[in-house]
Design a protein around this ligand. Sequence first.
Ligand code: DX5
Ligand code: ZN
Length: 207
Amino acid sequence: MKVSASFLSSKNIPKDLLALDKTDVDFIHVDIMDGKFVPNKTMPFSEMKNIYKYTSKRLEVHLMVSDPIDYIKKYAELNTECIIIHVEIDDPTKSLELIKKYSIKAGLAIKPNTPISDLVPYLPYIDEILVMSVEPGEGGQSFIEKSEDRINEVRDLLNEYNIKALINVDGGINDTTVKKCYNCDIVTSGSFVVCSNDFQEKISSLR
Ligand code: DX5
Ligand code: ZN
């Protein structure tokens, strides 16, 4: 199981990114919010792009935005492994095709109350599914219990359609809730890691 670390709840982003760089975490999960798809808004790209100064890890960019096109063009320039858009936006195919043009992995996130079957039309385009185990928009929330069933439903769907996409989970992941994510290939954890005083110990406990 791979681990991705979100710094959304970080109080000191440069310091925490430098500390994460010394761990064996696999990816840095970059949460982007536009104030429309979710109420909160993150810093502009002109500031966010400076992340490269503090981390050599590959990025997973989670776009919680209504119109991802401009964000994709910008975040594709960074050391980006995967760009994840939401299935709930208008015309996800347009964004998924643009991500693939950059030879970056395309991910599709799904909110806790969206039917898993909504993923079906996009399965041929995607390399990763991000199952949201909290309502997107802020760090530090509790894992929604039904997410275990939803992850398993996604695994069944991928098997049924013979699709190789990875399953990732995001929201409220800690050393207890991770046990419900046995069907995931990647787990994303924010406050459990970055609000602790031993990042490596927390990351190891997730593995
Ligand atoms: C929630 C974000 C998550 C969040 C994870 O909207 O997409 O990535 O930061 O943080 P924790 O682990 O604190 O729920
Ligand atoms: Zn996220």
